[in-house]
Write a protein that binds this ligand. Sequence first.
Ligand code: NAI
Length: 214
Amino acid sequence: MEKKQISKAVINRLPRYYRYLGDLLEKDVVRISSKELSERMKVTASQIRQDLNNFGGFGQQGYGYNVEYLHTEIGKILGLDKRYSLIIIGAGNLGQALANYADFERRGFYVRSIFDINPRLVGLSIRGIEIKSIDEMEEYIKMNQVDIAALTLPKSKAPQIASDLARWGIKGIWNFAPTDLHLHENVIVENVHLAESLMKLSYKLSEKYKPADN
Ligand code: NAI
């Protein structure tokens, strides 16, 4: 397939298509029209057609989309046909919650190791994954393939750790620390900030349920 520039908005919608198609596959649905998909996803059929046309369409006139094929192809676009090795840095509440979530593996993301500075945590295991000392991290990264590092440590510590990770060759950072990281453009940072999502919810709630003007 020819590579062309795809807008960020389309990329942002792909995981949702992927999830819906995955649900359809689980229900043994073989094909679906853009109209049906649009009704399920509450996105217009023309939006779906436009989005999927970016990748050659995948659909056939009068047939709709082959669910398995579309799911596989979107998976490839999202890079989900590969396996990723993940490490987690910071084995506190959030780091442990991520490590405990086995479903990431279904998508090809494997948590291989967890690092922390707290000696009381080092040596413990979460779902069979050992927590190692942060002092062992450089050696570990040099000896093992690590694709993604999740940062679940205090925000004051995140920039230094992120720059160490970049220096040691990590290309993907999944950043949960509430701080912006400024790294070389070769390092791809995906920020996840639940508080920002809550603020959006709060905005929408206050817009919709504004107290009546006096
Ligand atoms: P926590 O205090 O339970 O865990 C932090 C862990 O990091 C501790 O185990 C601590 O020993 C470890 N740590 C501290 N310095 C370290 C270092 N230099 N190297 C390795 N490990 C180190 O905190 P929690 O609740 O798990 O939050 C972790 C981070 O995630 C915080 O920055 C918090 O603000 C952020 N957070 C982000 C959310 C989001 O939506 N993005 C949601 C919840 C928390």
